[in-house]
Design a binder for this molecule. Sequence first.
Ligand code: 2M8
Length: 442
Amino acid sequence: MSDSFAGMFEEAVRVLRRNDMGGWTRAAPELYPHQWSWDSAFIAIGLARLGARRAASELTTLLDGQWTTGKIPHIVFNPKAPPGSYLLGPEHWASASLSRSASGTPRPTSALCQPPVHAIAALRIFEVARGTADEDEARSFLSGGYANLLAWHRYLATARDPEGSGLVTIYHPWESGTDNSPRWDEALANVKVGELSPYARPDLGFVDEPSERPTAEEYDRYLWLVDLLKRSRYDEGRIYRSHPFLVKDVLFSAILVAANEALVEISRIVGARERDVEMIGRWIERGRRGLDACYDGDLGLCLDRDLRSDEPLRVRTIAGFAPLISGCTDTLREKLLLLLYSGTFAGDDRLRWPLPPSTSPREARFHPRAYWRGPVWPVISWLLWRSLKLAGEEGRAADLRRSSLEQLAAGGFAEYFEPFTGEPLGSDDQSWTAAVALDWLA
Ligand code: 2M8
């Protein structure tokens, strides 16, 4: 561990212990009192550094919430969370009563999903445990979880991609994990909000300023989209026919390719059938082809596509670097890296640290404090760092890691950071931030 970050590892452990709910971890102490899907995957990656058993239980408790369709819901609820502490509780989603596929889960769940970091996390637990006393434990966790992970990826490759495009369709900005990113502005603008019951915003009580959270207009649309999904009884066919927000998400799709690469390795470790391995291989190829087709030569980025308007969503955000995460040709990687380190992203000389902001500061809709519209997110930095390492970009990966740790040393384990000042924003003691720090420091 590097001396200059002495004490940070222990601090990160303290945050994860504070948020430990007994076998699983809430995403943040107050703002997010439940178990979130991709948060838990990142948390498991961090916890792997403390032992396989607790890291594995982070994922198995999440997988207990899996629907029979294979979907891993974006929230598995905490039965002990104070009533009203999070805007949409289990009673609002009513998942088990509206959909038979959600009825068998021990804890209630939401009905959306989030990017599939889980297989990457599961493999990481094994890799860290390999050659230690935890190896058998990690191997049996992989054997137990393999079928769930395969069912999850199959759900994404089929129900979420009936076109066979290699790209995942999302039904709600929350599914992207980058909720208020300008990626979704145009598609959301086409959603006509109907009659909504009045609602309060508990989230605004847990941050310093309302500008750090999505706007009232955005929230109206978020809630209206959930209402429409409920009316479809969360049935994929009905949603596909009638839902006004259907978007091919390039970041989600790229994470799926990376997760499928991890699943191939897992399938070998657990001795899965050869035809599974071949099928996953086909998903990987299809995913890369789909992402290639989304590359926009003018912006030099990969763009999401609105299926309702059949138009690409033209805005420069971190999601545009999706092919770095999925893996791509050397030529495309070179082009993307040039842009990533240019003044349009991490090379902007006003930045406190050379870390990629969630939205390019050169975009008119960039906002340095507004959540996914500009701030730097350590988990995204971690994903890019991992991709750089896999691509053999050791020097760039090392710099990104160091700058990220400097950001955390100065601002703590915040949810996200103002890119120019480094000010910590959103929630304090955010679990996934502490988790990626553990992985970087171990
Ligand atoms: C944020 O999203 C939730 C809705 O899912 C919210 O704002 O209430 C996002 O940053 C998302 O990516 C993250 O998983 C979640 C919990 O950290 O918070």
